[in-house]
Design a protein around this ligand. Structure first.
Ligand SMILES: Cc1cc2nc3c(=O)[nH]c(=O)nc-3n(C[C@H](O)[C@H](O)[C@H](O)COP(=O)(O)OP(=O)(O)OC[C@H]3O[C@@H](n4cnc5c(N)ncnc54)[C@H](O)[C@@H]3O)c2cc1C
Length: 251
């Protein structure tokens, strides 16, 4: 007998993911339309979500994969794209070693595959674009911050926005080609010629706080637990009010 289909993983059932009753409680089908490599470990996945209600920069969603046998896995993912009315959203996923969901996306997902999404979620980490934004991220923690940067550009906003982004090296810097003068990269293991290697320090944060934009900065910090603690301590030490630091932890 010829075997016509052998799923390489539990989730590798393109086009055959069970949507079930989910749409009734706001789960929506998202169809993968494009995959773009960002770094050796991260890629952006673009989805068509025709009934997407819109989001604010910084918000995330819940993503659900369902295997043919009914097994499901849910994970939170920040929305990388700026709000628009294209009926599409983009997510950028790091490939976590042994990761169930990120592993499926990086190894198996193909355009045309369908998953489910529910959101947008959490207004706390959202940035409507109405106040000066000081953004600090590490690794894939830059994803929700990039939605803010893209929104700032797309709407040609005049409020100040600055981004400090930490990566191990230039080849691990997600969205490297998109950064402009608003961004300062910090490289912790290897750096291009002329740039120092080292972790985020007070010397990176202080000049930005010294700019003192009208109304002050709203700070947004995103990354692992350890990075979020480190960056928020630096901000407080530099004089940023604690109640104006918003933190999203991926860990
Ligand atoms: C609000 C929020 C937004 C998020 N946004 C993003 C995003 O934009 N992009 C993105 O890539 N991830 C994001 N994450 C992390 C994401 O939800 C998953 O945790 C991640 O993709 C790993 O899931 P997995 O199924 O691949 O791994 P799992 O099967 O859950 O875990 C496999 C192994 O990896 C470890 N692990 C799990 N997560 C991580 C991690 N983040 N780093 C290192 N080790 C880990 C686990 O402890 C376990 O040992 C976000 C998390 C939160 C809470």
């Amino acid at each position: 007998m010829t075997e016509i289909f052998t799923p390489p993983t539990r989730f590798a059932v393109p086009g055959r993911i069970a949507v079930g009753d989910g749409t009734a409680n706001r789960w929506q089908t998202a169809t993968l339309t494009e995959i773009r490599r960002e770094t050796p470990r991260a890629a952006t996945f673009r989805f068509a979500v025709p009934a997407w209600a819109g989001h604010l920069p910084g918000q995330h969603l819940m993503l659900r994969l369902t295997a043919a046998d009914g097994y499901t896995a849910q994970r939170h993912y920040s929305i990388a794209s700026a709000p628009d009315d294209s009926g599409h959203i983009e997510l950028t996923l790091d490939h976590v070693d042994g990761g169930e969901v990120s592993g499926w996306f990086h190894a198996e997902a193909r355009p045309g595959d369908r998953v489910e999404v529910r959101g947008p979620l959490s207004g706390f980490f959202a940035w409507p674009g109405d106040r000066a934004a000081l953004l600090i991220g590490a690794g894939s923690g830059v994803v929700p911050l990039m939605s803010m940067v893209r929104h700032h550009r797309a709407r040609d906003l005049s409020v100040p926005l600055r981004l400090l982004v930490s990566a191990r090296g230039p080849e691990q810097l997600i969205y490297a080609a998109e950064y402009g003068p608003e961004t300062t990269p910090v490289f912790t293991r290897s750096a291009p010629p002329g740039l120092l290697v080292g972790r985020l320090t007070a010397a990176h944060v202080a000049p930005l706080l010294a700019e003192r934009p009208p109304g002050g900065w709203e700070a947004y910090v995103c990354g692992s637990n350890a990075f979020a603690e480190h960056a928020s301590r630096l901000l407080v030490a530099a004089g940023q009010p604690v109640d104006r630091i918003r933190i999203e932890r991926f860990g």
